[in-house]
Design a protein around this ligand. Structure first.
Ligand code: SF4
Length: 194
């Protein structure tokens, strides 16, 4: 993992490296059973060098907290591309193709049972399926490389449209259920007991 980190932090393999302040390695428990995949760093992440620390990240932390999960213990968080695309545009196919092998390698190293893709781009790019629509895919378990994958809305979409929060909570309840089944039957969420 440390060698992968150094390769990512010094990577100049695609044009996104030229404007970055930081390439984002990811953070969390490197033995986590849940791996969260976002699209790309934004301005706050680029400035600080950590994933999901802006308003979207704060909302993500709230959702994880409601599930009884913490960044430190239960999840590892990473992105499809590690350097911020200018003006937060969607990364190009070329940028994704160049960067996504890092994500595949990182997922193999962490070896989670559950992957959560945050939003349309992360879901499409990881599944390699450009036709995938997040409105239809969210909330449904998929199989990906012998792991369970749950697509959910990106937290930024919830900030733009708070009505999506209800569906998202239903999706995360499925994650809690599966986590209890596969990982820890005694896992506690104050907001979801069954
Ligand atoms: S986005 Fe990925 S491939 Fe491109 S320079 Fe950054 S780390 Fe390298």
């Amino acid at each position: 993992m440390e060698r992968l980190k150094q390769r990512i932090l010094t990577c100049t393999a695609c044009p996104l490296h030229s404007d970055r302040n930081h390439a984002i390695f990811g953070e969390g428990n490197t033995n986590a059973e849940i791996f969260l995949v976002g699209e790309a760093p934004g301005a706050d992440e680029d400035r600080v060098g950590r994933p999901f620390i802006g308003k979207s990240g704060q909302l993500l932390d709230k959702i994880l907290g409601a599930c009884g999960f913490t960044r430190q213990q239960h999840v590892f968080i990473s992105n499809i591309v590690r350097c911020r695309p200018p003006n937060n545009r969607v990364p190009t196919n070329r940028e994704v193709e160049t960067c996504i092998p890092y994500l595949h390698e990182q997922i193999d190293l962490v070896n989670p049972r559950i992957i959560i893709t945050l939003g349309s781009t992360a879901t499409r790019k990881l599944l390699n399926d450009e036709s995938c629509k997040i409105t239809a895919a969210r909330g449904h378990w998929l199989q990906w490389n012998n792991r369970l994958l749950m697509p959910v809305y990106h937290p930024a979409a919830l900030l733009r449209n708070p009505r999506l929060k209800k569906d998202t909570w239903e999706d995360f309840k499925k994650v809690i259920r599966t986590y209890r089944k596969l990982v820890d039957p005694s896992h506690c969420s104050e907001h979801f007991r069954e």
